[in-house]
Design a protein. Structure first.
Length: 138
């Protein structure tokens, strides 16, 4: 009996974990600028806490035939007024290369803003600096 209950709980946990994982990797197309495809996704900082801060993940794909260095900044706005801005960020991409997420510093926390707030009319975000230059990536 205990083994059956444990097995059922394990299966439920694995199904839920698989569903969360599949939701985590879905990026939405934003734009293509200077042959760099820009995509994004939103998630919670703490997946178990519905009221935790919203986190923006970016994904860049280099569609150029050469390597590029991208310098960019992200801004969060309340009623069209900038209230939170990232520092300048830089990423170097080889032809066809894609970078995304926290391992490449492409994760931005909207402190004090939760997932329900990002749908409100007063909230917006953008990449307010986006410079692309040909470069040599190591």
């Amino acid at each position: 009996m205990k083994i059956g209950i444990r097995m059922a709980m394990l299966l439920l946990f694995l199904a839920a974990a698989g569903q969360v994982k599949s939701q985590q990797v879905e990026y939405h197309y934003l734009e293509t600028q200077d042959s760099i495809k820009v995509e994004y996704r939103w998630t919670r900082a703490n997946l178990l806490n519905r009221n935790s801060d919203a986190v923006l993940y970016l994904q860049f794909t280099n569609m150029n035939p050469h390597s590029v260095a991208i310098t960019y900044s992200v801004g969060f706005y309340r009623d069209q007024q900038l209230f939170l801005a990232s520092a300048d960020n830089e990423v170097c991409l080889k032809p066809g290369q894609r970078r995304r997420g926290s391992r490449t510093d492409m994760r931005f926390s909207a402190e004090g803003i939760n997932m329900s707030m990002i749908e409100e009319n007063w909230f917006s975000w953008d990449i307010f600096e986006f410079d692309v230059e040909e470069a040599v990536c190591e």
